[in-house]
Write a protein that binds this ligand. Structure first.
Ligand code: NAD
Ligand code: IPM
Ligand code: MN
Length: 351
């Protein structure tokens, strides 16, 4: 018997709610396909702080390292916003987890579901045929440079080495080779030196992929192109902060923040899987959160860390069936609760 082994980090706000729904679906997958399910739940972020621990407790990190497959809800929220620097859930848990595990490639898909096209605020003709993936650099840039306060004010240093740009560019070109063979690299090379290095390095990597078309766009213009000609994009390659911002924008094309999963990977089967959304304090504890992004993240964990393609596809088909049948939460116009959506998908997988 194969066992699905991972570390479960529910975190804060809606994290535990969408997490429960994903666990219900994973249970159904394990039953249906005859796998064992072996996971430990660990504290992270504000939940760890509230338990008197560090934002990333040693036991949590050790278990993540041991399993090499992590399913994370979200961290942070107003309760911990007064904290500074590495005492914060975001800087003290999520960022070191990404950095220490070297999860430098964050993959975020944007392919609006047919059932959601009329739900999104853009015109149908702007959304039909949209199918792109953002390859976001995740362990460098302004997030990880020196930051602090001095007598002049505050500073956040932004650094990239050529090696850091090269390895994420390779991931983007490799992915493009399996898709429509186009990479759009997004930077701010008219102003930033890190972006100039980014562009030079991407051009060098592109020379090794003669079949792949390479386009460069400045990030400010990209925010507009993403709304006006999203169909033109295949793989969007960008640095850490631009990728963060652009993917929240991409969620609008897909109908909700609650439907985009992500995978953070490096080499081999090591991976962390999490929705792109946060802890959504405005709806936490009300059963309103859409669990689809978390459930789809669990599917990606099965595919990328465990090689379970069929099982992942079964979850994805069940998600599509839920959307087609209108079995959704309020953000998508439905009337189900978080757990009801999770249970619907679990029972669809089970049949
Ligand atoms: P957010 O993504 O939590 O919420 C933005 C908006 O989208 C809110 O209106 C929220 O209700 C809605 N939304 C988000 N997820 C949803 C879902 N699954 N279903 C329905 N609606 C959903 O962003 P924010 O409010 O700017 O941040 C809240 C906290 O989350 C902050 O502390 C932030 O640092 C943290 N955060 C954590 C992660 C993470 O752990 N990966 C990601 C983003 C933000
Ligand atoms: C995300 C989040 C994080 C990020 C925060 C919480 C550090 O917004 O995963 O998109 O900016 O990477
Ligand atoms: Mn974000």
């Amino acid at each position: 018997m194969t066992t699905i082994t991972f570390t479960y980090l529910p975190g804060d706000g809606i994290g535990p709610e969408v997490g429960q729904a994903a666990i219900a679906v994973l249970n159904a997958v394990a039953n249906k396909f005859g796998h064992g399910l072996d996971f430990e739940e660990h504290l992270i972020g504000g939940a760890a702080i509230d338990a008197g621990l560090k934002p990333l407790p040693d036991a949590t990190y050790a278990h993540c390292k041991a399993t090499g497959a992590i399913l994370l809800g979200a961290v942070g929220g107003p309760k911990w916003d007064h904290l500074k620097g590495a005492d914060r859930p975001e800087l003290g848990s999520l960022l070191p987890l990404r950095k220490n595990l070297n999860l430098y490639a964050n993959i975020r898909p944007c392919k609006p579901y047919a059932a959601l096209i009329d739900h999104a605020p853009l015109k149908r003709e702007r959304l039909e045929g949209v199918d792109f993936v953002v390859m976001r650099e995740l362990t460098g840039g302004i997030y990880f440079g020196d930051k602090g306060r001095d007598n002049l004010g505050a500073y956040d240093e932004c650094r990239y080495s050529e090696a850091e740009v090269e390895r994420i560019a390779i991931k983007a070109f490799d992915l493009a080779m399996t898709r429509r063979k186009k990479v759009t690299s997004v930077d701010k090379s008219n102003v930033l030196e890190t972006s100039r290095l980014w562009r030079e390095t991407v051009i060098k990597v592109a020379a090794r992929y003669p079949e792949v078309e390479l386009e460069h766009l400045l990030v400010d213009a990209m925010t507009m192109h993403m709304l006006t000609r999203a169909q033109d994009f295949d793989v969007i390659l960008t640095e850490n902060m631009f990728g963060d911002i652009l993917t929240d924008e991409a969620s609008v094309l897909c109908g909700s923040m609650g439907v985009i999963p992500s995978a953070s990977i490096s080499y081999g089967t090591l991976g962390m899987y999490e929705p792109i959304h946060g802890s959504a304090p405005d709806i936490a504890g009300q059963g309103k959160a859409n669990p689809l992004a978390m459930i789809l993240s669990a599917a990606w964990m099965l595919r990328l860390s465990m090689g379970m393609d069929t099982e992942a596809a079964a979850i994805e088909a069940a998600v599509e069936a839920a959307l087609d049948g209108g079995h959704t939460t309020g953000d998508l116009g439905g009337s189900l609760s978080t757990s009801e959506v999770g249970d619907w998908i679990a029972s669809h997988v089970a049949h």
